[in-house]
Design a protein around this ligand. Structure first.
Ligand code: AMP
Length: 195
């Protein structure tokens, strides 16, 4: 199995790149943001609770997203590997993920971190808000709150994986194709190590 975390702040391109990478490598895309939005779409109690927090640009509780990831891992026993997008977002989530993967006799191969300057992130997110219908992209205040949340709670996840030599920065501004080839180069190496 090759399991990769696509890491980076909101608006760094994780969703766009994940969609292309799963096609190329036959991996399964696990985005906690997408999973939460589908709960919201289905108007489940979990979705309704999560929406309140998401609309303030804050993180939903760890146990909620860890539970979602755990059931997706169980639901895909034959997977060649996973791309985690938007998860883990706290140190507690990273520790839980490591344990869940260890139970399945696997681990994270690499954390690829898309590096994008902050003014560019804000521009991209507000732009996406014009077409995505996402309420958490709609105002500069919420977008900035998400970036603050990222610095306070998510950035430590980088240190967690850097300790194991698994953290790698990737230039995240440029064309989609250019960034895709930088990511592919890293993943090709990981895949060839597994053969
Ligand atoms: P995303 O689509 O990854 O930008 O996530 C949108 C929103 O969903 C975030 O701002 C959080 O409110 C929530 N969310 C997504 N993933 C997580 C996570 N791993 N932990 C906590 N909250 C999350």
């Amino acid at each position: 199995m090759v399991n990769i975390i696509l890491f980076g702040p909101p608006g760094s391109g994780k969703g766009t790149q994940s969609a292309n990478l799963i096609q190329k490598y036959g991996l399964i895309h696990l985005s906690t943001g997408d999973l939460l939005r589908s709960e919201i779409g289905a108007q489940t109690p979990l979705g309704m609770e999560a929406k309140k927090v998401m609309d303030q640009g804050q993180l939903v509780p760890d146990e909620v997203v860890i539970g979602m990831i755990s059931s997706k891992l169980d639901a895909n026993p034959e997977a060649r590997g996973f791309i985690f997008d938007g998860f883990p977002r706290t140190s507690a989530q990273a520790e839980a993920l490591d344990k869940l993967l260890a139970l399945k006799k696997t681990s994270i191969a690499a954390v690829l971190s898309l590096e994008v300057p902050e003014d560019e992130l804000i521009k991209r997110l507000l732009n996406r808000g014009l077409t995505s219908g996402r309420s958490d992209d709609a105002s500069e205040e919420i977008v900035k709150a998400r970036i603050v949340e990222y610095h306070n709670k998510t950035a430590p996840v980088a240190d967690h994986y850097a300790k194991y030599g698994k953290f790698k920065k990737i230039k995240g501004n440029g064309s989609i194709d250019e960034i895709f080839s930088l990511l592919s180069k890293e993943i090709d190496e990981l895949v060839s190590e597994k053969v």
